[in-house]
Every structure is written in C-alpha cells, then in structure tokens.
Design a protein around this ligand. Structure first.
Ligand SMILES: [Zn+2]
Length: 70
C-alpha cells in the first residue's frame, strides 16, 4: 500500500529508500517518508517546514498523521 506521503515526494535514489525529495520545495530529506510528511505539515520541532506546500495539502497530511498516531 502506497503511503500518501509519496504523493508529495519522490525517491532520489533506488538504493536509499530514505532519501525523499519534496515535490514542492525540492528539499531532500534522508530519514524516510515519515520525516518528509512531518516536513510538509511543519509543526514538529527539529523538522523544517515546507515553505511551498499548499495549505490544503498541509491540512490533508496533518489529518492523516493524527489519525495514524491515535
Ligand atoms: Zn518541501
């Protein structure tokens, strides 16, 4: 099952599944898709918030992360 986070990011390396490039700002994170989603939502400390992400996407991602966390 594809993670929703992959709708907004893509792998930059076939060998490293933790390297994810943001579709919006092109920033690459090297710690996996979960961190990429935190980057899009942007309310986590130690994670830089995406500056190019549309508000609608941010909300969608936030709702999804909250559901999974409960
Ligand atoms: Zn971004």
């Amino acid at each position: 099952m594809a993670d929703l986070g992959w709708n907004y990011g893509k792998r930059t390396s076939e060998n490293n599944r933790n390297a994810v490039e943001c579709n919006f700002c092109k920033k690459v994170t090297n710690v996996g898709i979960f961190r990429h989603k935190q980057h899009v939502v942007g309310t986590y400390k130690d994670v830089s918030q995406c500056e190019k992400c549309p508000d609608g996407v941010r909300e969608e991602m936030k709702n999804m992360l909250m559901k999974k966390g409960s």
